[in-house]
Design a binder for this molecule. Structure first.
Ligand code: G16
Length: 552
């Protein structure tokens, strides 16, 4: 086949990263492989192999391997693969990855040979794998297994150590486009974002209701470390107090905790009412905002809000530039119905719905000149096509442009520089939101006043086998178990503006239940009734969900 001896693949697997024959099949899920950390060594080794093969299939373009379980608890770990343009791994290779992970050690060499043959990979080509990991204590050990996979196939690798997931996406893309997107180093990344942020902010750090002060919940993950590095470069242009930086990752804190529990994280200092707060998740690829008002009431501004805020800001700049561009927003079924109505009826913007998983949203978003995509959980970004960027630069440099048009195009170019277009990036998204709130002179109450969310709830139900649930239509309709969707429809009908769906999680061993309704008490009942249904239809594990007392 080539100078690469595939016997090494088998020898490494057998001697160092063997797969326990009792371990059942696992699947490349919503964002890679994810499970208990002590079941992952062989998976990591094989992902080192796969990344090397994938890189060779692109004649040596860098491929990223990020070791993280993102929003999951500390005991879990996982791996996300990054394609050459900084996107998530292409779907057909997800299936190849799943097959590679599930063969026995004895069949591994044959499986690698099959991939090389089917994908017509030149094994003499260069291979470059970029590796990063989050702050979980088991990540360094797992990174060794990835590296051994790369070594077994004679690839080259670069270790970035502890980085956020979006940083690794940025490094991969910047390297592959030869620096045209930015310098592929941590300093290069921070410098690009902070320079644009400072220029847009100017010398007045406060404006109207916007105050230059916020609390940052780092989920005890890598986001808090990197935010401290950002702070050093920001030099007060943003007064961001970093909290939750050295406890158990995601434990009672972080974006997922805040969004699902609809309450503040632990670990924040006592602060005056209405203080702007932000939470990111364990690998800093999601962000949500929140505040507690003077009556002690908690208010959440999630990914839907961030999408609408960003879209309205970009639309204003585009119109001031005097150019015509097609802007669209992409959401999932978890988007609050009120946000979708607001996008359609107030912003008058196209809105699309895709299945859960940023990989799906990203691919839809690139169909627009400017695609704003966000999941309600705070995961998202904005993508601009090349013609859009060229048109904006042309406006900036044209003698025919007015000063206002030049100013707007300059602001747009700086906003694009703040944005990490490769994937959702909590810190980059936060810097963009701060820029917009600053330019509008808004506090979080002003932002919240744009529309009223429908009361909603997300719950998790543990069942024996979550794969008995199958869905279709952007995961909104349950096709298995049979009869499930009819029962959901009957329950939903009982509630004004009721909507609900269930789907198996692709990152955790649970079935997710989403419910919304016009009334906050109704939504609790609807969510509980659907959760009970899931529990009963699929042999629930642990406590059976109960309907809140007041409605019985
Ligand atoms: C990952 C994906 C997100 C998805 C989330 C939850 O996020 O990147 O797109 O929304 O999992 O997925 P599921 O509902 O299938 O568990 P993260 O931040 O955990 O990597």
């Amino acid at each position: 086949m080539s100078s690469v001896n595939l016997r090494t693949v088998y020898a490494f697997a057998r001697e160092m990263h063997s797969k326990n024959a009792n371990i059942g099949p696992i699947q490349y899920g919503t964002a890679g492989f994810r499970t208990l950390h002590d079941r992952l060594e062989y998976v990591m080794y094989r992902m080192g192999l796969l990344a090397t093969l994938r890189s060779r299939s692109f004649s040596g373009s860098a491929i990223g391997v990020m070791i993280t379980a993102s929003h999951n608890p500390e005991s879990d770990n996982g791996v996300k693969l990054i394609d050459p343009m900084g996107e998530m791994l292409e779907k057909s290779w997800e299936d190849i990855a799943t097959d590679l992970v599930n063969v026995s050690d004895d069949d591994l060499e044959a499986e690698v040979t099959k991939i090389v043959k089917c994908q017509e990979i030149d094994m003499n080509a260069n291979a470059n794998v970029y590796i990063g990991w989050d702050t979980r204590y088991h990540s360094p050990v797992l990174s060794r297994a990835v590296m051994n996979g790369v070594i077994a196939l004679k690839g080259n690798m670069k270790e970035y150590g502890i980085v956020t997931t979006p940083m690794l996406h940025y490094f991969v893309y910047s390297h592959n486009v030869k620096g045209a997107y930015g310098v592929p180093t941590e300093a290069g990344y921070i410098n690009k974002l902070v320079t644009a942020f400072k220029q847009l902010r100017g010398d007045n750090y406060e404006n109207g209701n916007y105050k230059n002060h916020l609390l940052f919940d780092g989920a005890n993950g890598v986001g808090s470390l990197k935010m401290l590095a950002f702070n050093r470069k920001l030099e007060g242009a943003l007064q961001c107090v970093v909290c939750n930086s050295n406890g158990k990752i995601n434990y009672e804190c972080g974006a997922d905790f805040v969004k699902t529990n609809q309450k503040p994280p632990t670990g924040l200092p006592i602060a005056p009412a209405n203080t702007r707060c932000v939470s990111v998740d364990g690998d800093a690829d999601r962000v949500v905002y929140f505040f507690i008002d003077e009556d002690g009431k908690f208010h959440l501004l999630d990914g839907d809000r961030i999408a609408t805020l960003i879209a309205s800001y970009l639309m204003k700049l585009v119109s001031e530039c005097g150019v015509k561009l097609n802007l669209g927003i992409v959401q999932t079924a978890y988007a609050n119905g009120a946000s979708t109505d607001y996008i359609k009826n107030e912003l008058n913007v196209n809105v699309a719905c895709t299945p859960t998983g940023v990989k799906h949203l990203h691919h839809k978003a690139i169909e627009y000149d400017i695609g704003v995509y966000f999941e309600a959980n705070g995961h998202g970004t904005v993508v601009f096509n090349q013609q859009t960027k060229d048109l904006i630069s042309k406006t900036l440099n044209s003698d025919d442009s007015t000063d206002d048009q030049k100013q707007a195009s300059n602001d747009l170019i700086l906003a694009i520089d703040i944005i990490n277009e490769t994937v959702g990036d909590a810190i980059s998204d936060m810097l963009l939101v701060e820029t917009i709130l600053h330019s509008k002179g808004w506090d979080l109450k002003d932002w919240l006043a744009t529309y009223d969310d429908l009361p909603n709830l997300q719950q998790k139900v543990k069942v024996k086998d979550r794969n008995v649930f199958e869905t279709t239509d952007a995961k909104r309709v349950c096709v298995k178990p049979e009869g499930m969707q009819d029962q959901i429809n009957m329950l939903v009908k009982k509630y004004k503006r009721g909507r609900a769906f269930v789907r198996p999680s692709g990152t955790e061993d649970v079935v997710r239940v989403y419910a919304e309704a016009a009334d906050a008490e109704d939504v609790k009942c609807l969510a509980a009734e659907i959760s009970m249904l899931v529990y009963d239809m699929a042999n629930g594990v642990g406590e059976r969900p109960v309907i809140p007392q007041q409605k019985l």
